[in-house]
Design a protein around this ligand. Structure first.
Ligand code: HEC
Length: 132
């Protein structure tokens, strides 16, 4: 009888630990995936503003680019859970690209804005080539 009780307690504790581990692994991905989803939408908005027909609206494209760049600081904290030094280095490079975009003089026209958006998209791809 005693053995049966101990066995039952053992199984219950094992199941609990297992589900806690699964939850924590799921959370490791939930945060970065959420941030990535927002980045994806904002990148899409910026591209759509640039590709608008009949003509690109520079004011809209500029504000979409600012919205995209403004969310990039969320990247590093979201990727910290992965505990990969290289990943954090790549997200710092992405941050540098975003800071350069926001701090340098306002791009005057759609061609310059498109160049900035392409730089950010390139930094997304650079990291995805190594991780994803
Ligand atoms: C420093 C590295 C890094 C950068 C920069 C980066 N990503 Fe990611 N991305 C990842 C990783 C890692 C994953 C996988 C996340 C996970 O499952 O934990 C990912 C996954 C994604 C996903 C799939 C999410 C899902 O639900 O599976 C999308 C979409 C995405 N990234 C978009 C972007 C966009 C857009 C940018 C640029 C604005 C960007 N990423 C920049 C590392 C990066």
């Amino acid at each position: 009888m005693r053995m049966l009780v101990l066995l039952t307690i053992g199984i219950a504790i094992g199941a609990l630990c297992g589900s806690m581990a699964t939850r924590s692994i799921a959370m490791t991905h939930a945060y970065p995936r959420g941030v990535m989803a927002v980045l994806q939408v904002r990148l899409g908005n910026a591209r759509r503003a640039l590709d608008a027909t009949p003509a690109c609206d520079p004011d809209l494209a500029r504000s979409e680019l600012a919205a995209l760049a403004g969310f990039i600081p969320e990247l590093s904290p979201a990727l910290e859970a992965h505990k990969e030094p290289r990943l954090l280095e790549l997200s710092r490079q992405m941050q540098a690209a975003a800071t350069a975009t926001t701090e340098s003089a306002e791009p005057a026209n759609c061609a310059e804005l498109a160049e900035r958006v392409a730089q950010i998209a390139h930094a997304c791809d650079a990291c995805h080539q190594e991780y994803r």
